[in-house]
Design a protein around this ligand. Structure first.
Ligand code: F6P
Length: 422
């Protein structure tokens, strides 16, 4: 079996570890391992004929006991890791003497190509939010490129949007193959060989916003990063007896904000799933912080999730919180937006372990897949790696947002975690 892996959507720490695990386990199980660069965009772009000529993709992969890195493989690693051209604009990112990746988005890799990737931040194979893949023409081209390279199974690591894309692709696959055959782009033999697509999803997202799994890849590292930032801010806040308002990422999910607040000793936390209960959150927050100051606290930390809302679903913004603290409590207040420092950098230990275990499970799932089995998402529940139908998880995640919009916060929480109790 030829298994390809891609990373899609916003990057997260641990994506490199996913690629490494999938590649290594696929090879150990006797499969060919491929990577798709630049997410779904790479599937749509595929490999140009010219690039195929100068790229020897059928050369033997490095085997696990081949400890030394041979030249060709080293060059490939070098380009994947250090290629710094704008790949989407088809710059080469190549370095002199290396194996060129120009015009190649679907690349066969060996064991050595992913050596040491578990400890590296971001995603070496690139990621993108592909517009073309969202169109039927784009998906047809993607299917063609996969068949052309003989890929029969795909591992997608990304957030809920990327996993929805995976499910749509799999559902459409038979029709896409039929079209390619009727257009004469692939032979009947190839069409029969690629009648079904095996696909599996891993959740890579710092937001931890996917239902039916306890944790997403990259969320623990982002949380750790925020926690460190709060520790740093705590000391300067305390010195000046200041208030700090920290805006943290998470899109429509408050997991990062809530847990960062708990682990960093915040005074007040705003999250989308549980807006302040009072009509005036300003009063509620000020009363709470006033109490804390009264008992002797020298510093104030307020965490605002980027998707935070009040009980009327109006956004709560860090700058407004700052104004309230300054004007109503007379606190010398600063705003810190942590931004992409939360997403980048080396993965913490758990973001190496989780992708490794889930990457292994993903390959097993592909090997066991049948034409009638659903596409699975690999999750983790109560410390056990799980397989759940991909579409069910995606639909549940969408239902959370719908419930929040309908102000049914309890329902939202129960969709996110079916065992949730008030
Ligand atoms: O989904 C991950 C995430 O980092 C969100 O927390 C955030 O809202 C968004 O992506 C930021 O996206 P971008 O990197 O495109 O600015």
């Amino acid at each position: 079996m030829k298994i390809a892996v891609l990373t899609s959507g916003g990057d997260s720490a641990g994506m490199n570890a996913v690629v490494r695990a999938v590649v290594k386990v696929a090879i150990l199980k006797g499969c060919e391992a491929w990577v798709v660069r630049e997410g779904y965009e790479g599937l749509v772009r595929g490999n140009t004929e010219a690039s195929s000529e100068q790229f020897i993709d059928d050369e033997p992969v490095n085997l696990p006991d081949n400890a030394s890195t041979d030249g060709s493989s080293f060059n490939l690693i070098h380009n994947l890791r250090f290629g710094d051209g704008d790949l989407l604009k088809d710059g080469t990112g190549d370095h002199p003497g290396t194996r060129s990746l120009k015009g190649r988005y679907i690349v066969r890799v060996g064991f050595d190509d992913v050596r040491g990737w578990f400890a590296e931040g971001g995603t070496f194979i690139g990621t993108a939010r592909s517009k073309t893949f969202r169109t039927p023409e784009g998906r047809l081209q993607a299917a063609y490129n996969m068949v052309k390279e003989g890929i029969d199974a795909l591992v997608v690591c990304g957030g809920d949007g990327s996993l929805t894309g995976a499910d749509v692709f799999r559902a459409e696959w038979p029709k896409l193959i039929e079209s390619l055959q009727s257009e004469g782009r692939i032979t009947m033999e190839k069409a029969q060989l690629h009648a079904h697509l095996r696909i599996v999803g891993l959740v890579g997202s710092i937001d931890n916003d996917m239902s039916m799994t306890d944790l997403t890849i990259g969320a623990p590292t982002a949380l750790h990063r925020i926690c460190e930032a709060i520790d740093n801010i705590n000391s300067t806040a305390s010195s000046h007896s200041r208030a700090f308002v920290l805006e943290v990422m998470g899109r429509h999910c408050g997991w990062l904000a809530l847990l960062a607040g708990v682990s960093g000793g915040a005074d007040f936390i705003f999250i989308p799933e549980r807006p302040p209960t009072a009509e005036s959150w300003e009063d509620q927050m000020c009363e709470c912080i006033h109490r804390h100051r009264e008992v002797g606290k020298r510093k104030t930390i307020v965490i605002v999730a980027e998707g935070a809302i009040d009980r009327n679903l109006n956004p709560i913004k860090a700058d407004h919180v700052k104004d309230v603290l300054t004007e109503r409590l007379g606190l010398d207040t600063r705003v810190t937006t942590l931004g992409h420092t939360q997403r980048g950098g080396r993965p913490c230990a758990y973001d190496r372990i989780l992708p490794t275990l889930q990457g292994m499970e993903a390959v097993e799932t592909l090997l066991e897949a049948t034409p009638t089995s659903p596409s699975y998402m690999i999750g983790i529940r109560e410390n056990k790696i799980t397989r759940v139908p991909l579409m069910e998880a995606v639909e549940m995640t969408r239902a959370v947002s719908a419930a929040i919009e309908a102000k049914d916060f309890e329902k939202a929480m129960s969709y996110r975690d079916p065992e949730f109790k008030e």
